[in-house]
Design a protein around this ligand. Structure first.
Ligand code: ATP
Ligand code: MG
Length: 400
């Protein structure tokens, strides 16, 4: 006997009323996409359940892939057997003996198929008794068992599962529209992108770089970060904005303590143009309240003025240690800490204004004209698509 199915549970999307079907179909597509390298592996939907049919494959690498799919609340290995008592007993024994770290168990039978001759309670006793008789090292604990051998008797067959493996939760990517992530090479913005994806949002990236002041390797960092994030969705586009001329002009005409604020405002204006062109309805940043000069309340007030697009800031109230913990968990941390310069760090003054005023910013901007340079810059944006085939190999981190 062997496990032949993986049972997929999708907690949160189970409650989405009218949209439910759309969410479930998207989840199925996303899992299928994720498992496309495994020949013969199928993802099936039946009422209120989703299964991966293993067709002889080792379940472990498949479970690992499913653990990166948003919308799955938990997974269990399952065995499908005929609705026959002997077959169900065998499967329950297999499930118990193949569970790890367990000395107590409980059997829970759900009889959905009312044609099945024995009631759930009766089945609980029969199976519990059988398992105790066939094994020596397990006890029954109905209140706090180490594992629950679950038996679901359905119309078409009976499914037996045991260990529950936690999934990522969230909503399937693609059900929440698209956002333009302002991706730097730092620790925060990739985590912000990950959290937006967790709410079902698809990403497109925009990155501002300043060659030759920023190197090819800094650009590669952004490609690798994006590549890493594709493992939670599909391919992702990056818009690389050559920002050198604009930054030099800003530094030339704006008083130094205001250059950072104005640079950010121009970043937002360019980002908004990309949103319009790509039909994207929001932007996302890795901003975090109070972390640095650009992220005070006054600063956000002054910067935000130039766009009325919604700006998602998933990290806004998080502690840095928690952000770093997520960055490590999603394997972006190692890439983010590679020591290459970001365009902002190069041009940012030593003492940027932490409480810039809108009136002053507008006054300084009115004395300069960035229009032509913005047009020229937007014209020179390089757009590349990072496919999820190229998922970044973190073992390479040591080379940097
Ligand atoms: P991060 O770790 O994401 O760089 P940070 O804490 O260093 O964030 P800032 O450098 O002030 O903060 O940047 C705030 C946000 O502005 C970033 O999270 C990112 O969304 C955006 N941003 C900064 N630099 C760039 C860049 N070169 N290209 C695109 N977006 C950027
Ligand atoms: Mg940064």
């Amino acid at each position: 006997m062997q496990y032949d199915h993986i049972l997929i549970r999708y907690g949160e999307i189970g409650i989405k009323g009218k949209n439910k079907k759309k969410f479930i179909i998207r989840l199925q597509e996303n899992i299928q996409h994720k498992l496309k390298a495994f020949e013969n592996v199928k993802v099936k939907r039946t009422q209120g359940r989703m299964f991966v049919l293993l067709n002889g494959h080792d379940p472990m690498p498949i479970i690992d892939k499913c653990k990166d799919v948003f919308g799955i609340s938990s997974l269990s290995l399952a065995i499908k057997v005929k609705n026959e008592i002997e077959a169900i007993k065998e499967a329950a024994l297999f499930a118990l003996e193949n569970s790890t770290n367990c000395s107590t168990f409980k059997v829970s039978v759900k009889r959905i198929n009312k044609q099945f001759p024995m009631r759930s309670q009766e089945m609980n006793h029969i199976l519990g008794g059988y398992l105790l008789k066939k094994t020596n090292n397990y006890r029954v604990d109905v209140h706090q068992p180490d594992i629950e051998v679950k038996v679901e008797i359905r119309e078409e067959a009976t499914y037996v599962t045991s260990n529950i493996i936690k999934g990522l939760g969230g909503l399937p990517v693609g059900t929440g529209g698209k956002t333009l992530l302002l991706l730097s090479g730092g620790i925060d913005s990739p985590v912000a992108g990950y959290l937006a994806m967790k709410r079902g949002v698809q990403l497109e990236m925009i990155h501002f770089h300043s060659p030759p002041f920023t190197s090819e390797r800094a650009k590669q960092k952004v490609i690798d970060l994006t590549s890493q994030l594709t493992s939670f969705g599909k391919s992702i586009k990056i818009h690389m904005v050559p920002f050198t001329k604009l930054q030099q002009e800003i530094v030339r005409v704006i008083p130094s303590e205001y250059t950072m604020t104005i640079m950010r405002r121009i970043m937002l204006r360019i980002s908004e143009q990309i949103c319009q062109k790509e039909n994207i309805l929001s932007m996302t940043t890795g901003e975090n309240l109070g972390q640095v000069a650009s992220q005070t309340m006054e600063s956000m007030h002054a910067i935000n003025e130039v766009s009325n697009y919604p700006i998602l800031r998933p990290l806004i109230t998080m502690d840095k240690t928690d952000i770093i913990a997520v960055a490590k968990q999603i394997n972006t941390y190692g890439i983010s800490i590679r020591p290459y310069e970001d365009c902002c760090t190069i041009f940012v003054p030593k003492a940027p204004k932490t409480n810039p005023k809108r009136e002053k910013v507008n006054y300084f901007e009115s004395r300069a004209d960035f229009t032509d340079l913005i047009i020229e810059t937007v014209d020179q944006i390089e757009t590349i698509t990072i496919s999820d085939q190229q998922a970044y190999d973190t073992s390479m981190d040591d080379l940097f």
